[in-house]
Design a protein around this ligand. Structure first.
Ligand code: ZN
Length: 317
């Protein structure tokens, strides 16, 4: 009897959620793609929303599931997300188990594509922690690795919408060049930090690809997801490490709490950056930041990387 009532309640809830969130509240366009409207694309993280925005341009309408500051590791869907997933022509997600429980649902959808699906296994970082069985999903930390996701988006959009193939591929090619230039810029900025000060201490393990690409050692308080707490032993080791290396500044993240970082900084006798790093989400779209005579939108992937690099280099050099 109990399970019967439970099932009825679940069905009622599902119907309630679906009927309370119609296509109209999710998509601006009224015309479906099949009858001449724009391609409707749902994307999970803000980095992927930006990627689709750049490659799809005015030819697609994007519904972004996760906003700025959202932790993708523990994300739960809203009613509008369910509608967006069931009514989209295409869905893009990160994969590599970043989206945790959501990934299982996405894997069963034929029109859903992981942007990381073409990445070479050799390029992925295998975690050292025993309790994690999956590769590190934070591939956007390396701009050249992230650039490989462009091909997936260009191919998927072009296959669905062959009439605009040349537009998608030329935008993709231009963005690939921008990311190559970003990579060169990051390398040169990181080079400004004296080699003996090249340590990034932050909240969770989101910067391993960044570390590998730019030769800066990264230490984190928590594991691959912000919820994987480090424990007292790890914290004590980190405090010793900061003291030993005389690290000038450590960095909190937008998706994690500042308190834990502050406590470690106090124990280690170092300072906490006044501003936060963007780990698993870009900033707010349209928020402009100026540093070293250059202005960028921290709500974009390029702006997010520039913000992080300027913050770290200026704090450590
Ligand atoms: Zn993360």
């Amino acid at each position: 009897m109990k399970s019967f009532i439970f099932r009825i309640t679940t069905i009622f809830l599902a119907v309630f959620l679906l009927t309370n969130c119609s296509e109209k509240t999710v998509w601006r366009s009224t015309e479906p793609f099949e009858t001449g409207g724009k391609l409707r694309v749902t994307a999970t993280t803000t980095m992927i929303q930006d990627l689709v925005h750049i490659i799809g341009g005015e030819d697609v309408e994007i519904y972004g599931m996760m906003a700025d500051g959202i932790d993708p590791h523990s994300y739960t869907q809203r009613a509008s997300d369910v509608t967006a997933m069931t009514t989209a022509d295409l869905i893009f997600y990160n994969g590599l188990h970043l989206e945790a429980t959501l990934q299982r649902k996405l894997e069963n959808l034929e029109n859903a594509h992981a942007v990381t699906k073409k990445l070479n296994q050799d390029a992925l970082i295998q975690p050292s922690e025993e309790n994690t069985k999956y590769a590190d999903p934070h591939v956007w930390g390396d701009p050249l690795l992230w650039a490989k996701t462009i091909t997936v988006v260009v191919d998927v959009l072009s296959k669905k919408d062959p009439a605009n193939e040349s537009r998608y591929s030329s935008r993709g090619a231009a963005y690939r060049e921008e990311l190559a230039a970003l990579n060169t810029w990051v390398k040169s900025r990181i080079g400004e930090i004296p080699a003996e000060q090249r340590y990034l201490v932050t909240s969770h393990d989101a910067f391993m690809y960044f570390s590998k690409a730019f030769d800066i050692e990264v230490r984190a308080i928590n594991g691959l997801a912000p919820g994987d707490k480090g424990g007292p032993k790890k914290v004590a080791e980190l405090v010793d490490f900061i003291k030993e290396k005389e690290i000038k500044m450590i960095f909190p993240e937008s998706a994690a709490n500042r308190k834990g970082v502050k406590a470690i900084a106090q124990d280690a006798g170092t300072t906490v950056s006044e501003h936060e790093l963007f780990a698993d989400a870009c900033g707010k779209r349209g928020d402009m930041e100026t540093a070293h005579g250059e202005t960028y939108d921290i709500g974009t992937y390029i702006g997010m990387i520039k913000h992080n690099v300027n913050l770290v280099v200026d704090g450590l050099k």
